[in-house]
Ligand binder design. Structure first.
Ligand code: BTN
Length: 343
């Protein structure tokens, strides 16, 4: 008796065979002959691929045709061309979750390997820095969290924010050609509006420190869909480029970029990371207003320190360092003037 390939292997063999003929109508029996699987297994694989989100048409007579992934995020699409060392060894896409950071913590605490990634199509309680909410409507963005176990202490989590911010900004620049910048400490902006945010959470465990890096990217949100309180300050990639990018491709590019920069961080290449960070920063040299424990400070940013935070020459003439865990940065009002409304 022939030994079967296993349901998963049949599914991906059928997926690749269909993809090769994208746009062409094919009889399932022809696919079965090509993949050396039983016709019933091919039919089951087609149903499973559909359940994953692939669009597979069927016409009278039974011929089928591959028509892409619709608007769905699919783990196999994200990882198909992903060649990384650490990030994305395991990728899961959930339909709806409170927060991908919580889901990733569950994985981390039950021993998931470093680099495990959880995406969600929607979050009901997506969170941002300082207790803020992250707007996470269904199928409009990339919402994901990564389990990381670097040899860092929890108090050094800022290093992860920096390396990840560089990775996200660089992926958006290189993949989509958008002028993405880093607004200290964890915002990715395009033309001064926030397009993505990062949230690093760390815990010290008996086995060492574990971190969850959460990333939210506004991909297809239209300007009028943002809640009123962020409508003037947020943007999406679709609004900036005019065409919504394919989310699986973008997810793959983001994971690849994270893998590169996280790899450098693990090797202790802090100087290299800091140089790139300063170059992409939209905060360095700017006039800023900072809120710390209800007090307001104004001044000009002299430098960004990986270890300590923002080094600011205050208007009173003294230089102070602000740590990202205690401070909120506000754009100076004059910087926002003259910005045009988006679609
Ligand atoms: C911020 O800008 O303050 C950080 C926003 C981080 C949002 C992402 S969305 C995916 C992950 N899950 C969460 O609950 N938050 C992060």
């Amino acid at each position: 008796m022939a030994i079967g390939k296993g349901t998963r292997a049949v599914k991906w063999a059928v997926c690749e065979a269909l993809r090769k003929r994208a746009g062409e109508w094919t009889a399932p029996a022809e696919l079965a002959a090509e993949t050396l699987d039983a016709p019933a297994e091919v039919e089951r694989a087609v149903e499973e691929l559909r359940a994953d989100g692939y669009v597979i048409g069927r016409r009278r007579g039974g011929k089928i045709r591959f028509a892409g992934c619709g608007d769905r995020l699919i783990a196999h699409e994200i990882t198909r061309d992903l060649k990384t060392r650490i990030i994305g060894g395991r990728v899961t896409v959930l339909e709806r979750v409170a927060s991908t950071n919580d889901a990733a913590w569950q994985e981390a605490l039950s021993g998931a390997p470093e680099g495990t990634v959880i995406f969600a199509e929607e979050q009901t309680a997506g969170r941002g820095r300082m207790g803020r909410r992250w707007f996470s409507p269904p199928r409009s963005g990339l919402l994901f969290s990564v389990v990381l176990r670097p040899e860092l202490e929890v108090r050094q989590s800022h290093l992860l924010t920096v390396a990840s911010a560089v990775a996200v900004a660089e992926a958006l620049q290189e993949r989509l050609g958008v002028p993405a910048r880093i607004r200290w400490p964890n915002d990715i902006t395009v033309r001064d509006r926030k397009v993505a945010g990062l949230l690093v959470e760390g815990r010290s465990l008996a086995t060492g420190s574990a971190f969850v890096l959460g990333i939210g990217v506004n991909v297809r949100v239209r300007a009028r869909e943002f809640p009123p309180e962020i409508r003037e300050t947020a943007t999406s990639l679709a609004a900036e480029t005019g065409t919504p990018p394919e989310r699986n491709d973008l997810a793959c590019a983001l994971l690849a970029s994270l893998d590169r920069w996280y790899g450098d961080l693990r090797l202790g290449e802090y100087g290299h990371i800091a140089r790139r960070w300063r170059r992409i920063s939209s905060t360095l040299g700017e006039r800023v207003m900072l809120l710390e424990s209800g007090r307001e400070f104004r001044g000009r940013v002299l430098d960004l320190s990986l270890e300590d935070g923002l080094i600011v020459r205050l208007d009173e003439g003294v230089t102070r360092i602000f740590h990202p865990s205690t401070v909120t940065l506000r754009q100076m009002p004059e910087r926002r003037r003259g910005l045009t409304r988006r679609r």
